[in-house]
Structures are given as structure tokens and as C-alpha cells.
Ligand binder design. Structure first.
Ligand code: ZN
Ligand code: CA
Length: 473
């Protein structure tokens, strides 16, 4: 799981593991404990056969190495075949109990319900939440899937339903015992008779209706995907991604919709749910909402996601912005770093938020009028960048820009000015900008301009994805 770089020596030794990991044991265990974790994980989720001392042998062609590679591939990690720190971190995250490979259900093949009218019943309730909240979480979870498919659901209060929902713990006699708090949160069975379609939640978890671990609606929405025949997705933005990720809102991604519609066909609803796509870093059409440096790295923001280069990931690390900053809204429009204060500011509309590392600073959001002195005619900021050496921050708004002094905490006089006049060649609109090694990098659409602020000249015209090792695309 990602962590923010910890570069500044004056900072307290914060443990910058992401909030999305929600208290998984970030501290590494003993080598023996780690070996046990790897073994259990691969046995459970990757069909590793339990026949004794495979790990101890560690031959390059050993089943453990092969399964490890398979797991690393699934999660987009460096495929080393070794249980490195990043791999262990992913293995320690709370997740769904359904394997990532292999059929979990009693039936083989691609099982589906032959009817689109299905019944469900909540057999028992968790004491963690009021009954009405559990009812509501389930209702909403079913609704998500019926909005995007021909499936329709009727709730039963007694007898056998297609999808029986229960809260159970430990060994509950389905050959897939739960494991106490954390780890395996829930599982569900593929479509079929009897246990087929059923959903089990681990009662050893604390179930919530908010951002705290674990949001029942979020987990139910995932498990129901299995009840309908979907398997795990490698798309981190999809509900069917195996690890628990709660970004505040619960919605099907385009990947989930493709999955359910591949099995049951299109939705007859004329009102189709809006489906967010997960950005693909090497997508030729990708543009950015905002870009900022952060402690020496560069973070690219798009919708609900950030992208950055990280030594642990072969391509680009992609994850929810909420993993680091759960309080920030989606669709941020500008961001910049004030390196001298180790502060990042994020803008959306007329509001902005400030963070230090992973910590949200108190008192935000604030408005850009009071804090920076923008006139009310400015409704939002397109892009922003700050120069550490001068303490000047540049705000780009449509075809103009403002300059703000971080030391005096006031807007410099004589602004706004025209972008075209002082940044010739970059066009009349900026999507995003950051500064690195003395140069400004301006983004607009698929174009990126490397700009020298000293000579006021464009040095190079680049593709927007030039930072992502996308190869020739
Ligand atoms: Zn699952
Ligand atoms: Ca558990």
C-alpha cells in the first residue's frame, strides 16, 4: 500500500501509511510471521496447495514463487516472486474472502441466475448498527446493481430466499471460516441453489454506516457482485476490487457495469447510472485536473484518483485520493505545494483545503476570496504553482493569472495579467501546472510545455503522459 514520501528531516517521524489501509498492521512482523502470512494468503486466495514446506524450499520454479508472481501481477506490483515489503503490505490489507483466482462456488464454469427476479432475506442482524441501518445498507447495495442491469429484487422476511444474508463468525460450517477482526471481512457464493448467492459478513468486524471501518454498504455492494456471478477485478476503482477501499461514496464503476451487463445484458432503465471510469495513466486521451509536487515527488490528480511514480510500482501508482486525504472532495481543480511550510493546498470552486503530509489542517475548507483576495468574479482556479525561492504563487484562471506572495500573504499589485503575455506559447488555458528543478510544466489537454520562467520561453513540447513510462503510444 502506498505511503507518502517522508523527506523533510524536521518532520516528526509520522507513519505515513495511507488512511485507506484502515489500521491494517503496518508494522512488519517477524520473518516467521511473514512467511505464515504469505503462505496463508496464497493458499486462500491463489489456490496454493497446502502441502507443508513449500516456502522453505524457495526454488525459482516453486509453486509459491509462481503464485506470488500471480498475486503481484493482479495487484500491479513489481513481479519479483519474492515477498517484499510492498507485497506483504497488500497481503495485510482487509479484503473480501473470495479468492482472486479459482472458482469459489459450488458450481464450476460461469454461473448465472436464470431468472432476473431474485429474492433476498436478511437472516440475522449485527449488533453494531440499528436494524434499520442494516436494512438500508442492503437495500442500497441491491439498488446499485439493479440500476445497471435487468436484475430485480424482492425482500423476504421468512423462508428460503435466493440470497440469504447473515452475520457469522469463525467457522460457520461452509469450509471458509472467518478469521477474527480484520483480514477477511466477508464472502459470497456464486449463483446457484442452496448456499449459492448467499452473503456472509464476519461478525468479528465492527460494521458502520460511515467512514469508519468497515462500511457495511460498501462491503455489501461488493459481495453482491459475487452473488450475481462476478469475480474480482484488478481495477482499483471498481467495487469488485478485492481489497477494502472506501472513498466516501459507493458507486459502480464502468468496469462493474461491464461485468454485470456481460452476464445479464443491458439495463432496461432509461436512466442509466453515471459510471466513473478509472483513469488509465497511458490512455492517449487522459488529461489532468491538477498536479502538485509533494515532498520531492509529483502527484497527478484526476477525478477520485491520484497517479504518481513510485519505485515499488513498475508503471504508475494509481489510487484513490481519499487513501491519503479522506476529507477532500472529488474533482479537485488545482493544487500546489508550499515547500517551506510542507503544506499542500487543494482547490475546488471557491474553496480550498490544506494538508501537511497525510494530516488535514484544521479550519478548512476556507474560501479563496478572504484568504487570497480574489475578486468574486473568480469562481474557480484552473491551476496553481508556487516558487519556493521567491515565495510567489501563480494562480491561473481562464486566460489570466494572479501572483500571490506567500510571505506577505497578499496578492501582488498589478494582477491579473494575461497568460499569453508572460507565458508565451502555452495557450490561453491551463489544466494543471507544477514546478520541478527550476522549470514550470504546464498541461493543457494532451499537451505539456516545459517552460523556463527565467527566459520566459518554452523549452520542450511534451506529451501529457511523459512522466509515466508509457513507451511509444
Ligand atoms: Zn470479493
Ligand atoms: Ca475478519
Amino acid at each position: 500500500m502506498p505511503s507518502l514520501p517522508l523527506l523533510l528531516p524536521l518532520l516528526l517521524p509520522l507513519l505515513l501509511c495511507p488512511a485507506g489501509s484502515h489500521g491494517f498492521p503496518a508494522a512488519s512482523g517477524t520473518p516467521e510471521q511473514d512467511v505464515e502470512i504469505v503462505k496463508k494468503y496464497l493458499e486462500h486466495y491463489y489456490e496454493l496447495k497446502n502441502d507443508g514446506d513449500q516456502i522453505a524450499r524457495q526454488k525459482s520454479k516453486s509453486p509459491v514463487v509462481e503464485k506470488l508472481k500471480q498475486m503481484q501481477e493482479f495487484f500491479g506490483l513489481k513481479v519479483t516472486g519474492k515477498p517484499d515489503a510492498e507485497t506483504l503490505n497488500v497481503m495485510k490489507q482487509p479484503r473480501c474472502g473470495v479468492p482472486d483466482v479459482a472458482q469459489f462456488a459450488v458450481t464450476a464454469g460461469q454461473p448465472r441466475w436464470e431468472r432476473t427476479n431474485l429474492t433476498y432475506r436478511i437472516e440475522n442482524y449485527t449488533p453494531d448498527l440499528p436494524r434499520a441501518d442494516v436494512d438500508r445498507a442492503m437495500e442500497k447495495a441491491f439498488q446499485l446493481w439493479s440500476n445497471a442491469s435487468p436484475l430485480r429484487f424482492t425482500k423476504l422476511y421468512e423462508g428460503q430466499a435466493d440470497i440469504m444474508i447473515s452475520f457469522v463468525w469463525g467457522d460457520h460450517r461452509d469450509n471458509s471460516p472467518f478469521d477474527g477482526p480484520g483480514g477477511n471481512l466477508a464472502h459470497a457464493f456464486q449463483p446457484g441453489p442452496n448456499i449459492g448467492g448467499d452473503v456472509h459478513f464476519d461478525e468479528d468486524e465492527g460494521w458502520t454506516n460511515d467512514f469508519r471501518d468497515y462500511n457495511l454498504y460498501r462491503v455489501a455492494a461488493h459481495e453482491l457482485g459475487h452473488s450475481f456471478g462476478l469475480s474480482h477485478s484488478t481495477d482499483i476503482g471498481a467495487l469488485m476490487y478485492p481489497n477494502y477501499v472506501f472513498s466516501g461514496d459507493v458507486q459502480l464503476s464502468q468496469d462493474d457495469i461491464n461485468g454485470i451487463q456481460a452476464i445479464y445484458g443491458a439495463s432496461p432503465n432509461s436512466d442509466q447510472p453515471a459510471a466513473p471510469q478509472t483513469p488509465q495513466p497511458c490512455d492517449r486521451k487522459l488529461t489532468f485536473d491538477a498536479i502538485t509536487t509533494i515532498r520531492g515527488e509529483v502527484m497527478f490528480l484526476k477525478d477520485r484518483f491520484y497517479m504518481r511514480i513510485n519505485s515499488q510500482y513498475p508503471e504508475v501508482e494509481l489510487n484513490f485520493i481519499s487513501v491519503f486525504w479522506p476529507h477532500l472532495p472529488n474533482g479537485l481543480q488545482a493544487a500546489y505545494e508550499v515547500a517551506s511550510r510542507d503544506e499542500i493546498r487543494f482547490f475546488k470552486g471557491s474553496k480550498y483545503w490544506a494538508v501537511q503530509g497525510q494530516d488535514a489542517l484544521r479550519g478548512y475548507p476556507k474560501d479563496i476570496y478572504t484568504s487570497f483576495g480574489f475578486p468574486k468574479t473568480v469562481k474557480n482556479i484552473d491551476a496553481a504553482v508556487s516558487e519556493e525561492d521567491t515565495g510567489k504563487t501563480y494562480f491561473f484562471v481562464a486566460n489570466k493569472y494572479w501572483r500571490y506572495d506567500e510571505y506577505k500573504r497578499s496578492m501582488d499589485v498589478g494582477y491579473p495579467k494575461m497568460i499569453a503575455h508572460d507565458f508565451p506559447g502555452i495557450g490561453n488555458k491551463v489544466d494543471a501546472v507544477f514546478k520541478k528543478d527550476g522549470f514550470f510544466y504546464f498541461f493543457h489537454g494532451r499537451r505539456q510545455y516545459k517552460f523556463d520562467p527565467k527566459t520566459k520561453r518554452i523549452l520542450t513540447l511534451l506529451k501529457a503522459d511523459s512522466w509515466f513510462n508509457c513507451g511509444k503510444n
